[in-house]
Design a protein around this ligand. Sequence first.
Ligand SMILES: Nc1nc2c(ncn2[C@@H]2O[C@H](COP(=O)(O)OP(=O)(O)OP(=O)(O)O)[C@@H](O)[C@H]2O)c(=O)[nH]1
Ligand SMILES: [Mg+2]
Length: 348
Amino acid sequence: MSERKCKGCGIPLQSEDPKAYGYIRKDDQAYCQRCYRLIHYGERKDLGKRYVKNKDVLDIYEKYSSDVIVLVIDVYEVLFSDISDILERFDGHRVIFVLSKCDLLPEDFSQDILQERVTAVLKKYAGHIEIVDLLLTSSKDPGFPSFFKSVLDDHKLKKAVFAGRANAGKSSLINRLLGNDDLTVSRYPGTTLSDVVIKDREYTYIDTPGLYDPENILSYIPLEKAELLTLSRSPRPRNFQIYEPQSYFMEGLLRIDVFPKKASTLIIHMSPLLEVHRTKAENADRYFDRNKKDLSLKFDTYSETKKRYKGTSIFYIKGLGLFRIVGEGEIRLYTYDKMKVIQSEVFI
Ligand SMILES: Nc1nc2c(ncn2[C@@H]2O[C@H](COP(=O)(O)OP(=O)(O)OP(=O)(O)O)[C@@H](O)[C@H]2O)c(=O)[nH]1
Ligand SMILES: [Mg+2]
């Protein structure tokens, strides 16, 4: 077994077993078969299995515990969900927060609201985590690499460990700092398999595998379907005026039944590849039963959540996106029972 590691995902390379992780055909190959296929053909073979356990990720963090952590968090998560579980893991650490994927926020999203929310979330942890800085970024932000390095310089830091949930954008971010595509990135959670040490002149970056997120719908759907959900830019909102009870289906991922007391508007901010089917609420069960076999995304078990709304209410489902309901009435939501529907206080 070779001690060399794959340049894209960090897995130790080996040439004995083509079916096992880290396989290379020739000793001089820098990328394992899985990365090679992913980079050149977008193949998803092997990705379906969850390879890295959270315990192994924590062991990697332990290995670099004296270095600064660059905690990469999807900006939607900070705004609309609870990130305390991930913050607790970095008790006692020095942390640079990087909120990623800011390009996916609605174009007119208020920077003040973002600032306010992030400050409130971090304030709770200020006594536990040493917050070095808070940075916002997106893949469409060409000035970020030099800005990031100036932050490292200001704090006399030469080495940084990139940590966070799977799919948060850690490897993409390091690639941007380096100005290359050396690390393997993909739209599927669980791409990076071990720690990868990267030199960038006087700086050293450590890429790490992401922490598994049981609340993200991407953790449950077949990976070849992930492209239906992932966004490359802020989705155009889809609006529906509602005067009588209506049901809205997004494949078998989400069903929203709206019972308006007053005329209401449903505004969906989700992938445009996810079609919305509408039917009268009284026909919804029959509609679902009739179409179930043709749905490409569905689950075995659903749970129902009832909520009253008045004014504007926002609901967020990790990995799927969010919707707003404006008006007054009641909604009933049906989703996979492992998914959490989060009613948010943040307004957009
Ligand atoms: N729109 C947008 N997409 C991004 C951004 N950064 C990363 N992505 C996408 O997010 C997905 C995940 O990116 P990765 O860099 O592989 O994420 P990771 O955190 O390294 O994931 P793991 O290795 O699984 O832990 C890819 O489809 C990226 O193209 C961003 O700023 N904006
Ligand atoms: Mg990665």
